[in-house]
Design a protein around this ligand. Structure first.
Ligand code: CUA
Length: 492
């Protein structure tokens, strides 16, 4: 659409001077007098920067500080006036005199002169840009040596990056970041860990290596007040640093889901173990073997299918050597599974990895991986006796109760030696008068103990809190509770 008004053609001016006062003074003068017809697009201090600015800033006019001996005015003249012949160059001096240059004396320079310049330099005519960008063969000597310098810096910085990478890889191999891997599920997880460490080491070395190199070799020289070269964006670089990380993240996502699939792979006949977390102990049921235990015993090279649950709050099953980890949640509907195929005989430790209350830190259980023969022997020794063969020992109910209190981890909170733990000690408890938190007293008899096991929150002993899992006895029969009471009676 023709607006009827001729569009103003802006003169793009580049100032070549290493004196900020000269350059900024001229800039503000031009801006004040000639905006919007003229604009200062940049300030450079060498011919190399001026050549670079030709590509990025596209100036119509270069004003060269004639008095700046760091600026090689002859070279400017040769390059831009005699050489290419298309770009307008003005050499501006604050002193009087001067030979080949068009010289203005600022002391006598009137504001109108600036208008004259712009008139003369193309403020009113359309300026065509036909400046040929220097090509390698015709580069002046200084440009060639600068390229060579750049290449040297690239190679040296590259060596720093590679050196840093090698150091980090060697260091990473020397320190054991992870404990030994003791299960088949650990293999894909460790592979993924290693891959990610390599990616991280590469990126760290690239960034920090270049940074260290630049800090050392591109320090500002004393007294140098000039600006750095003006660098416009690079689409190639921006596309590359978007696509490459995206590709890395997607690749890790694919490898990660494959690793997850491998940790979940099911063997046809795993050993089932119910793992029950309670504040603050673990217990293990082997439903196929009829065994209850407070230690986790597993045969080597056989997959264990763990069914995780909790009697109270959220706990988390974690044996670092097995790598895999899973929460144990309260409520029958929230059973979680975990598959572990131990492949190293040894003793490990199960920790709770979910903050679950005051004694969370001590919620640990031994984990023993045994050879198949040792495991069979353990099963033999711990399997329930066949019906009818019970009754050996001096007092069978006390013996059974003793075992039950260990299997249900009662004794991680109740001592049998008089020491106060989370709950009252059982030593000499039976038959005494117990002070309750509500101020009353009660005789410790069978009925009180039965109620306190089935429904621990009803009567709280003075000095203790309502911390016993309310559903701890949900898996106990009345006969088992009777055995437990017989055992408590026996602790004198
Ligand atoms: Cu259970 Cu922390």
């Amino acid at each position: 659409m023709n607006t009827g008004k001729k569009q103003v053609e802006r003169v793009r001016i580049l100032i070549a001077s290493s004196h900020p006062l000269f350059a900024e003074g001229l800039r503000s003068l031009l801006v004040k007098r000639r905006e919007p017809e003229a604009s200062v697009v940049g300030i450079v201090s060498t011919i190399e920067e001026a050549i670079a600015a030709l590509r990025t800033l596209n100036p119509d006019l270069i004003i060269v500080d004639y008095d700046d001996d760091r600026v090689n005015r002859d070279e400017f003249l040769a390059r831009f006036v005699e050489g290419e012949g298309r770009l307008r160059v003005v050499l501006l001096s604050l002193k009087e005199g001067g030979s080949e240059a068009i010289v203005y004396d600022r002391r006598s320079m009137a504001a109108s002169q600036i208008e004259d310049w712009l008139e003369t330099w193309g403020g009113s005519e359309t300026i065509t840009h036909e400046i040929s960008i220097p090509v390698e063969e015709s580069l002046p000597r200084s440009e060639v040596s600068k390229r060579r310098d750049n290449m040297r810096h690239f190679i040296a910085a590259g060596l720093v990056v590679i050196g840093l990478m090698v150091l980090l890889i060697l260091g990473n191999q020397r320190i054991a970041l992870l404990p030994i891997a003791a299960s088949r599920q650990a293999v894909p997880i460790d592979n993924l860990f290693r891959l990610q460490f390599m990616v991280i080491i590469f990126l760290f070395s690239l960034i920090v290596g270049l940074m260290i190199y630049s800090v050392i070799f591109f320090r500002r020289k004393a007294g140098d007040e000039t600006d750095g070269p003006h660098i416009e964006g690079s689409s190639t670089l921006e596309v590359a640093w978007t696509i490459v990380p995206l590709g890395i993240v997607l690749a890790i996502a694919v490898i990660g889901s494959q690793a997850l699939g491998r940790t979940l792979a099911a063997d046809p006949k795993p050993l089932r173990v119910n793992v029950i977390g309670s504040q603050w102990a673990w217990r293990f049921e082997y439903p196929e073997l009829g065994i209850l235990s407070t230690e986790m015993i597993l045969p080597v090279d056989k997959q264990a299918l763990l069914i995780l649950s909790s009697t109270d709050v959220i706990h988390s099953f974690w044996v670092p050597e097995f790598r895999v980890k899973q929460d144990a949640l309260p409520g029958d509907a929230f059973e979680r599974q975990l598959r572990i195929t131990p492949d190293e005989v040894g003793e490990y430790k199960l920790r709770c990895a979910e903050l679950c209350g005051r004694q969370h830190y001590s919620m640990e259980s031994p984990v023993k991986v045994l050879s198949q023969e040792e495991f069979d022997a353990w099963v033999q020794a711990n399997a329930p006796p066949p019906p009818g063969s019970e009754g050996e020992g001096a007092n069978p109910p006390v013996g059974r109760g003793d075992k039950l209190t260990q299997q249900f981890a009662c004794r991680s909170c109740h001592s049998v030696d008089g020491s106060a733990l989370v709950g009252p000690t059982w030593k000499g408890l039976y038959g005494t008068e117990e002070q309750l938190a509500n101020g009353t007293a009660i005789l410790v008899d069978d009925a009180y103990l039965y109620e306190s096991i089935r429904d621990p929150g009803v009567k709280i002993t003075a000095g203790f809190q309502d911390l016993m899992p309310h559903t701890i006895a949900k898996d106990m029969t009345d006969e088992q509770i009777a055995d437990v009471i017989e055992f408590i009676k026996s602790v004198k």
